[in-house]
Design a binder for this molecule. Structure first.
Ligand code: FJE
Ligand code: FE
Length: 313
């Protein structure tokens, strides 16, 4: 058998190194909500296929009331508390702590994402929201949801390393999530002194976002290798695995997500919550949204219960 590109990539034995490190400061978004945005801010607008990474924190009555999306997917992973989701098609549900909603906005969705905590007194609702672009052939698919409760997320533990498999596979443990844009999304917790050497597909863009503790990533001898919470670490290409270890003296666990995705390689034009390939498609999208057409039909007479209760719009 001739040596294909695939099999030669399988014998690459280089580490991915940290090529950029960003601290995600707090900023205000939505209605009184606070986000730490790392991908998607001015200095780091697009990391193909990733459009936005927000670490969000909302306390009722703050949140993200009625707003549209088209042309990409949003992945909401709750770390603490819960978010109530309602859309104009009548789809409604609560994303609880440790749970996940993988939403394909496709041709169009109008929805509200608000804490569902008025009644149960939870004040801190925190999580991660990742926006993943869709290729031109998937941009206008029918909207759909994949929802997984915490107890149903594949989780394994070995040698002081706990992994929750959000998307993709780890050591033979597979996530149920189907990704239209090929994506790997792993949530690691490393006890003090433990380490990983995690395979990453050779040509995929990859990043780490640190949630808790202190870690070393890539190569300890290099600049940027140490990082604490709220830091995004962009991994360079040219390697097929990430080495990371919990080097803290504090005895605290290190928690981070490792996300990688196959670059789409198409032109991207973004206007807020609309992400298309050309300016003409963005203009059509604004027209469709304003005139309730081509996917936005049901938004004409819709208002979320959460927004109604707050007297918004
Ligand atoms: C949005 C501003 C926004 N990050 N993290 C503009 F805030 C939003 C938006 C969110 C969002 C929602 C959750 Cl639940 C978590 C988020 C931004 O809803 F879509 C636009 N266009
Ligand atoms: Fe949204």
């Amino acid at each position: 058998m001739p040596i294909s590109e695939k099999s030669s990539s399988a014998i690459n034995n280089n580490k991915r190194l940290v090529v950029k490190k960003l601290f995600a400061r707090q900023q205000h978004e939505g209605f009184g909500a606070v986000v730490r945005r790392s991908i998607g801010r001015f200095e780091f607008r697009y990391f193909d296929p990733f459009l936005v990474l927000d670490e969000f924190s909302v306390s009722a009555p703050a949140g993200f009331p009625d707003h549209p999306h088209r042309g990409f997917e949003t992945v909401t992973y709750m770390l603490e508390g819960e978010i109530l989701h309602e859309d104009c098609e009548g789809h409604k549900g609560v994303i609880r702590e440790g749970g996940l909603q993988w939403m394909t906005a496709g041709k169009g969705i109008v929805h509200s994402e608000m804490p569902s905590s008025n009644s149960n007194g939870i004040t801190h609702n925190k999580g991660l929201q990742l926006w993943i672009n869709l290729s031109s052939k998937h941009k206008l698919v029918e909207p759909s949801y994949q929802e997984i409760e915490s107890k149903d997320i594949a989780e394994t533990e070995k040698d002081g390393v706990k992994v929750r498999v959000i998307a993709g596979e780890w050591n033979g443990v597979k996530s149920k999530i189907c990704t239209r844009t090929p994506t790997m999304y792993l949530d690691f917790t490393l006890s003090p002194g433990s380490r990983i050497s995690q395979p990453i597909p050779l040509h995929w863009n990859a990043f780490v976002y640190v949630l808790q503790g202190q870690g070393h990533f890539g190569d300890s001898k290099l600049q940027h290798s140490a990082a604490a919470a709220h830091h995004l670490l962009v991994l360079g290409l040219g390697g097929d695995r990430l080495e990371a270890w919990n080097g803290s003296d504090s005895g605290l666990p290190l928690r981070f997500i490792l996300v990688a995705g196959e670059p789409i390689g198409e032109p991207m034009v973004q206007f807020g919550p609309f992400v298309m390939n050309t300016q003409e498609e963005i203009d059509e999208t604004i027209d469709d949204f304003e005139n309730f057409r081509n996917g936005f039909e049901k938004a004409r007479h819709w208002k979320s219960q959460a927004a109604s209760a707050l007297g918004l719009f």
